[in-house]
Write a protein that binds this ligand. Structure first.
Ligand code: HBI
Ligand code: FE
Length: 329
């Protein structure tokens, strides 16, 4: 779950408060009435189908209002993923989760995480309703604030949810913010996004692809072999296995401009994974001014997600098994 298309969302229409919110089963909600139920603004997002985009307000994590069912969903997902990720996620990810004091027992308190995270890299978590319009999102990242959705998915959504919930954000995205290089990359990414937003929709599309193929679905080379660092993978049972073990997808060496040309779908496993050698490489890639890159990029066609070019560093050429044939991207 993650990136929206680069186009501005259509007009928001008010819809009833989200049925999915797990709120209200708590003991005497402490939330003000206005925050009692998040307002889910369904915006029609053109070329990626309908993706809910939420209000942009920051809200306090309603920790006392999480139900036992919510904590149970966290525990189930946490225990299942941690078991799968040993030997699959990069060591930095697993070590950071432990260092932050994350456990399966209860949904972590943002305030507790912030005490550790802020001391480590200056990042803090803020509670949000869910997906934010790009500019709001970029601006938070540029200021070392990571938006975390305050609600967790329902039990019937354990295996898949189309939008980022608390588990995706807190379990998937937050731990690597403890890594100084990744923390710097995420802030540089946010600053780049604010600039790209000023340049225009094409520039923005480049940035959302970069986010997709690194922060969400990136792999990293290690001495023990390929490992996962992307949040979209580590928070997904199926893709944690598929991304490393399936013969179907391509696995290509990281190449910034190549990634910026590569389209993606938000509702299937990736056809192509890009592999970095280190977080330094990721940070270095965002140093140069991106505007000349956008100008060069604009002269080249974007590529279907499953392409392999002669100029690619091919670690594995996928056999394409099970690739979605409809709605090619
Ligand atoms: N909003 N809350 C939230 N979380 C995200 O990961 C997020 C977002 N809005 C936009 C977005 N990601 C992507 O389009 C980025 O590529 C900008
Ligand atoms: Fe995400």
């Amino acid at each position: 779950p993650g990136p929206l298309s680069s186009r501005r969302c259509g007009s928001a229409k008010k819809v009833p408060a989200c049925a999915g919110s797990s709120l209200g089963k708590g003991r005497g909600s402490k939330l003000q009435a206005m925050n009692a139920k998040p307002a889910r603004l369904e915006n029609i997002v053109t070329d990626k189908g309908k993706v809910p985009v939420y209000a942009t307000g920051i809200i306090e994590q309603p920790w006392d209002d999480y139900s036992d069912g919510d904590h149970d969903v966290w525990r189930q997902l946490y225990e299942r993923q941690r078991e799968i990720l040993v030997g699959r996620a990069c060591d930095e990810f697993l070590a950071a989760q432990d260092a932050m004091g994350m456990t399966p027992d209860r949904i972590p308190k943002f305030a507790d995480i912030n005490a550790v995270l802020e001391a480590a890299t200056g990042w803090t978590l803020i509670g949000v309703e869910g997906l934010l319009p790009e500019l709001d999102f970029f601006d938070h990242l540029a200021n070392r604030r990571f938006p975390v959705t305050w609600w967790i998915r329902r039990p019937d959504q354990i295996d898949y949810i189309a939008e980022p919930d608390l588990f995706h954000d807190l379990f998937g995205h937050v731990p690597l913010l403890m890594n100084p290089l990744f923390a710097d990359y995420m802030q540089a990414y946010g600053r780049g996004g604010v600039k790209a937003h000023g340049v225009g929709p094409e520039a923005l599309a480049n940035l959302t692809r970069l986010y997709w193929y690194t922060v969400e679905f990136g792999l990293i080379n290690t001495s023990q072999g390929l490992r996962i660092y992307g949040a979209g993978i580590v928070s997904s049972k199926g893709e944690s296995l598929y991304s490393l073990e399936s013969p179907a997808p391509n696995r290509l060496g990281f190449d910034l401009e190549r990634i910026m040309r590569t389209r993606y779908r938000i509702d299937t496993f990736q056809k192509t994974y890009f592999v970095i050698d280190s977080f330094e490489q990721l940070m270095e890639a965002t140093r140069p001014d991106c505007v000349p890159i956008y100008e060069r990029r604009a002269t080249l066609e974007s590529l279907p997600a499953g392409s392999v070019l002669d100029s690619d560093e091919v670690i594995q050429r996928g056999n394409g098994d099970g690739w979605a044939a409809d709605g090619d991207v």
